[in-house]
Design a binder for this molecule. Structure first.
Ligand SMILES: [Zn+2]
Length: 407
């Protein structure tokens, strides 16, 4: 047997495969779904970076014993590399003043109405050249990597002119080529109505559909299309129009829905087969049922609730109803400037009554599913990408327990 393309990692203290999580499509996760293997071996095809074999050392087929490129595992716990499925990684400017205002009692909407909020970032992004965008985002990516993250979704949505939105997405493309991180770009022109279209949101939606979606699709700059459906931003009819247009142009769909107000976004997103619907702090019983009976992943952002002092999403209800739930930082300069994805599991467990196994599935398999990548990432199984996160602790339970510390 030819083995020169294979690499063997042997006698790894503990590996969590999360195989059972994948079998149940990320629903109703319990500890037994985590697939703990003690003294594990992993055989990797170095040409494709795919796992060829994984299991207890004693069960490894004899022929793999001939592999020359072999490395002994250490006293570590290996889990699937973490997946961050919702970020606004490319941004510019400083929003610390928004935070000071919010602490004094102003709401997100009030800050936006007074010219702060997204508008501050928008002004800064429009003035930022591509090269600076890339170098700023590179620094942010490295911070994410320190927390075990190897795949990150990145949204546009701070330029809101066709040129500046494309520049943001080009920055993501440039980073994909130079960094070791797997990047997933999302086009979010409907993040807010830009000043040029103030009071004319319908017209703005029309321009996005007629000109911007075809152009971004032609340039193949994004895989997903996203809308912020919210009071004072985009209503249900506008969101429907945008999503249908993006779907017809070949984009997969995401949605920021029910963050502050339930406008029926979840039901719409599920009906249109959105890959994920994110936030869900104000989701209704009807919305919970719609989501739970679909393949659409619900992405929760507990860090944004903590940081802004607003309500948490009803994680327990969603999980008990059978929804597929992922957790994200929602990394952005306004409502959650944290890159610490493991910390989000602490908040999810302590504040949203998620269990530790559920929280682990939420930043691996289910986060991969929120990007449509669960067949390649999120578990350690034959045929999947060999992307692992090494924990120095002896139990996966230390991940939320360490409360912001990581390794
Ligand atoms: Zn967001």
């Amino acid at each position: 047997m030819r083995t020169d393309h294979l690499v063997l990692y042997h006698n790894i203290d503990q590996v969590l495969t999360l195989e059972g999580v994948a079998k149940k499509e990320g629903r109703h996760t319990t500890e037994s779904d985590l697939g703990l293997i003690e003294n594990a071996n992993i055989v990797v095809n170095s040409e494709t970076n795919e796992i060829e074999w994984i299991g207890p050392s004693k069960f490894m087929p004899l022929e793999y014993g001939e592999i020359v490129n072999a490395y002994a595992g250490s006293e570590e716990l290996w889990i699937p590399e973490l997946v961050e499925c919702h970020t606004h990684l490319v941004h510019a400017g400083d929003r610390s003043h928004d935070y000071a205002l919010r602490v004094k009692g102003k709401t997100y909407q009030e800050i936006a109405e007074e010219g702060g909020g997204i508008a501050t970032t928008l002004k800064a992004i429009r003035e930022t050249p591509l090269m600076n965008m890339v170098s700023n985002a590179q620094a942010e990516l490295e911070r994410f990597q320190r927390y075990g993250v190897g795949t990150i979704e990145v949204k546009s949505g701070y330029g809101l002119t066709l040129e500046s939105e494309c520049r943001m997405l080009e920055a993501v493309r440039a980073l994909q080529e130079t960094s070791g991180v797997n990047l997933v770009p999302t086009f979010l022109p409907a993040h807010m109505t830009p000043p040029e279209f103030k009071g004319r949101t319908d017209e703005y939606v029309e321009v996005i559909c007629r000109e911007w979606i075809p152009e971004v699709s032609r340039l193949k700059l994004a895989r997903f299309f996203d809308v912020f459906i919210e009071e004072g931003f985009f209503n249900l009819a506008q969101t429907k129009k945008l999503l249908e247009c993006a779907l017809a142009a070949g984009f997969s769909l995401k949605l920021h829905a029910d963050q502050f107000t339930d406008l029926g976004g979840v039901e719409l997103g599920v009906k249109l087969g959105a890959t994920s619907i994110d936030h869900l702090e104000q989701i209704s019983e009807k919305g919970i049922n719609a989501l739970a009976n679909s393949k659409t992943v619900g992405v929760l952002c507990p860090g944004a609730s903590l940081f802004t002092g607003t309500a948490y999403a009803p994680a327990r209800k969603l999980l008990d109803a059978g929804a597929r739930i992922a957790i994200s930082t929602d990394f952005n300069p306004g409502t959650c400037p944290s890159r610490n994805l493991p910390l989000m599991t602490t908040i999810a467990c302590s504040q949203m009554q998620m269990t530790v196994p559920e929280s682990l599935a939420a930043i691996t398999y289910n986060a991969a599913a929120a990007l449509g990548l669960e067949k390649e990432l999120g578990t350690l199984e034959k045929g999947k990408q060999f992307r692992v996160c090494h924990l120095s602790q002896t139990s996966y339970e230390s991940l939320p327990y360490c409360f912001g510390e990581f390794n």
